[in-house]
Unconditional design. Structure first.
Ligand code: SAM
Ligand code: SF4
Length: 426
C-alpha cells in the first residue's frame, strides 16, 4: 500500500513537470513516505530526518516533507522535533502534493496538511511504475476492524471500497500499458464490496477482472480470516488468471490472545480455512503474519502459536514483535512480555518457518513451474529472477529477452527462500 502511495505521489509530481532522481543529494524536494505500524518504522524516519539536517542547512531552498501514516499519526510533533521539515502530508492529502509544494517553493514555509475526513482519492496518475510488468491496484482504502494492537484504522480511516467499473477501467489501462500482473490491494481485501450492494464481493470482482485481455495474473492482498469465504476460494480455484496464493495473517495460535487482539476468530477456525482453501485450490500456497509478545502472552500461548505454525505449514510467515501504539486499545494492556522474550519467540518462529519453507521448496525439485520474469538476480546478474503463480521466488539462467514474459522453468535446487532452475524456452 505504501509503495503504491509512493508511486502515486511521484506520478502526480512528474505530471506537473518534476523529475524523479535517484540521488537525494541532488534533490530540490525530498519526501519520505512513512509507516507507523511499529515504533521502529517511525524511529527510522526520525533518524533519517535528523541526518538530512546538514543538507537542508547547506541548501535552505530544499523542501523536506513527511508523507503518509506517520505524518497522519504524529502530525505537528514532527515539526517540533524536526524544525527543518517543511511539509507534513497525511494519508488523505497525497493528491494535493503538487499544490502544497507550490505553496512552499521559495518561501521555506511549513505546512501541516492532515485531513481526517478527506475524500478517498483513487485516481491513478502514475507515470513512474517500478516494474513495467506488474502493478498495484487499490481496490479499497482504510480499515474498520480495529484489531486492538493496530494503528491502521486511525491513520488510514474508514474502510471504503472502490466501484467495480473504476477498477476494471484501471486494469484495462494497465494492460494497454504492457502490465501482465495486477495485485489488488486492501487492508482487508476480502471484505471488498461493503457499501457497493450485496452482489459485489471480492469473488465477483475477480470474475469481472479475469477476462481482461493482456493481464495474465491477478493477485490480492491482504485477506482477513474472518472475512474469507468459500465463494472467494472457489473463484481462486476456477479462474485461470487468479494466482493460487493467499496472504492470510493468523497473528496468534492462542485463542486467549486472539480474543485480546479482537481478531474475531479462533485458531481452530483458521485451521479450517486453510483446509478449505487447500481442498478447493489444491496447489495453493499460504502466507501468514504473527505477532509475538502481545500483552499477557504466556509460554503456553506461545506454544499454541508454534503448533499452529507447525500444523498449517505456510509457504512463508512474517513475524513481528509486539510494538505498543499510542491510541490503540491494546495500550490499555500492560506490555508485560520482556523484550528478551519477544526476541527469543520471534527467532523460534522464524527458525521453524525457515525449516518448513525449506522442506516445501525441496518438494518442488523436479517440477516445472510458470514464472513471470521480473529482473536479474540481486546476487548474480547473469541470472534472471521471477515468481511462480504461488508467489515463490525463482532464480534461473536465461536470456534477458525473457524479461516481462512468462516462461516455464524446471526446478533443480532450492533453499528456504528461493527455487533455482533452468529454462529451455529461448
Ligand atoms: N490488514 C492486514 C491484516 O489484518 O492481516 C495487516 C496489516 S498490518 C499493516 C501488517 C502486519 O503488521 C499485521 O498483520 C501484524 O502482524 C503487524 N502489526 C500490526 N500492528 C502491529 C503492532 N502494533 N506490533 C507488531 N506488529 C504489528
Ligand atoms: Fe490492522 Fe486489523 Fe485492520 Fe489489519 S484488519 S489493518 S491488522 S486493524
Amino acid at each position: 500500500m505504501n509503495k503504491l502511495d509512493s508511486e502515486l505521489s511521484i506520478g502526480s509530481l512528474v505530471k506537473e513537470g518534476y523529475t524523479f532522481i535517484e540521488d537525494e543529494k541532488d534533490a530540490d524536494v525530498i519526501l519520505l513516505n512513512t509507516c507507523s505500524v511499529r515504533h521502529k518504522a517511525e524511529h527510522k524516519v526520525y533518524s533519517q530526518l535528523g541526518s538530512l539536517r546538514d543538507q537542508k542547512e547547506k541548501n535552505p531552498g530544499l523542501i523536506l516533507g513527511v508523507l503518509g501514516c506517520m505524518a497522519q499519526n504524529e502530525g505537528e510533533k514532527i515539526f517540533k522535533r524536526m524544525p527543518h521539515v517543511n511539509l507534513i502530508c497525511g494519508t488523505r492529502m497525497f493528491s494535493k502534493l503538487p499544490e502544497l509544494l507550490e505553496k512552499i517553493n521559495g518561501t521555506n514555509k511549513r505546512i501541516l496538511a492532515i485531513d481526517e475526513d478527506g475524500e478517498v482519492n483513487f485516481d491513478r496518475v502514475v507515470t513512474q511504475r517500478d516494474d513495467r510488468h506488474k502493478a498495484f491496484v487499490s481496490v479499497m482504502r482504510g480499515c474498520d476492524n480495529y484489531c486492538s494492537y493496530c494503528i491502521v484504522p486511525y491513520v488510514r480511516g474508514h474502510e471504503f471500497s472502490r466501484p467495480v467499473e473504476d477498477i476494471i477501467n484501471e486494469v484495462k489501462d494497465l494492460a494497454d500499458d504492457g502490465c501482465k500482473e495486477v495485485m489488488l490491494l486492501g487492508q482487508n481485501v476480502n471484505s471488498y464490496g461493503k457499501g457497493l450492494g450485496e452482489n459485489t464481493t471480492l469473488a465477483t470482482l475477480l470474475r469481472r477482472l479475469n477476462p481482461i485481455g493482456g493481464i495474465e495474473r491477478i493477485r490480492f492482498v491482504t485477506s482477513h480470516p474472518k472475512d474469507m469465504t468459500r465463494d472467494i476460494l472457489e473463484a481462486v480455484g476456477e479462474l485461470p488468471k487468479v494466482c493460487e496464493n493467499l496472504h492470510m495473517p493468523a497473528q496468534s495460535g492462542s485463542d486467549k490472545i486472539l480474543g485480546k487482539m479482537r481478531r474475531q476468530y479462533t485458531s481452530e477456525y483458521y485451521r479450517g480455512l486453510v483446509e478449505m482453501a487447500r481442498s478447493l485450490v489444491p496447489n495453493i500456497t499460504i502466507a501468514s503474519d504473527f505477532i509475538v509478545g502481545f500483552p499477557g502472552e504466556t509460554e503456553d500461548d506461545f506454544e499454541d502459536t508454534v503448533s499452529l505454525v507447525r500444523d498449517v505449514r505456510c509457504q512463508n510467515c512474517f513475524v513481528f514483535k509486539y510494538s505498543p501504539r499510542t491510541g490503540t486499545a491494546a495500550m490499555e494492556l500492560k506490555d508485560d512480555v520482556p523484550e528478551k522474550t519477544k526476541k527469543k519467540r520471534n527467532q523460534i518462529l522464524l527458525d521453524l518457518q525457515s525449516e518448513i519453507s525449506a522442506e516445501l521448496n525441496k518438494e518442488m525439485i523436479g517440477k516445472s513451474v510458470e514464472v513471470l520474469v521480473e529482473g536479474t538476480s540481486k546476487t548474480d546478474e547473469s541470472r534472471l529472477t521471477g515468481r511462480t503463480r504461488q508467489n515463490q521466488i525463482v532464480v534461473f539462467s536465461g536470456p534477458s529477452s525473457l524479461l516481462g514474459k512468462l516462461t516455464n522453468v524446471d526446478i533443480v535446487d532450492s533453499t528456504d527462500l528461493t527455487l533455482f532452475g533452468v529454462t529451455s524456452e529461448f
